[in-house]
Design a protein. Structure first.
Length: 189
């Protein structure tokens, strides 16, 4: 007699065997899931202590308000300078990716002034603002000469706030008085 036929005959004569097999398979599956979850917990414990950090909820561009949430991560992946608190009014100094741990170097509460790098100054430059965004890197020219590389730190209705190194400030002021400033978008530092 064929094996499958014997099994069918046995189940027909003793229907409780079907339920015993189902219960055994269910128990084996539950045991496998429990072992897998224990493995996940063991891996999580192997990373050590957990810390709560602020992470970006979405991609944030420079000058934009920071939208963040708290998250538990292994202490081993927490960067130095991770932000302890995100107060209201905080803006991003640089691009922050979604899920990225936020550090004190990524944020500022000083608004556009907080986006100006140390040792730089900012000037209001009349320009068509639709071509530029906060955080864009620029080449600032006076007539045909490069004055400095710059950074857009704020946008108004008809002007940009452009930060440049302080040693180029006199040349920038002269070019602005002569209405001879030309801005060129550059890929960055």
């Amino acid at each position: 007699m064929h094996l499958l036929a014997r099994v069918r005959l046995m189940v027909a004569r003793h229907p409780w065997t079907y339920w015993v097999v189902i219960a055994a398979l269910s128990g084996a599956l539950a045991l496998g899931v429990a072992r897998a979850m224990a493995g996940v917990d063991a891996a999580r414990r192997s990373w050590g202590e957990q810390d709560t950090v602020w992470t970006a909820s979405a991609a944030i561009d420079p000058g934009q308000p920071v939208i963040a949430g708290r998250r538990e991560v292994p202490r081993a992946v927490v960067p130095a300078g991770a932000a302890d608190d995100i107060p209201n009014g905080v803006v991003a100094r640089q691009h922050i990716g979604p899920g990225e741990i936020i550090t004190d170097a990524d944020i500022t509460t000083a608004g556009p002034a907080g986006l100006i790098p140390d040792g730089w100054v900012a000037f209001a430059v009349p320009a068509p603002v639709e071509h530029f965004a906060v955080g864009d890197h620029l080449e600032v020219y006076a007539a045909e000469q490069l004055v400095a590389t710059g950074l857009v730190v704020d946008r108004g209705e008809s002007e940009l706030m452009v930060a440049i190194p302080a040693d180029a400030a006199p040349a920038m002021a002269t070019a602005l008085l002569a209405d001879a400033v030309t801005l060129g978008l550059s890929p960055g530092p």
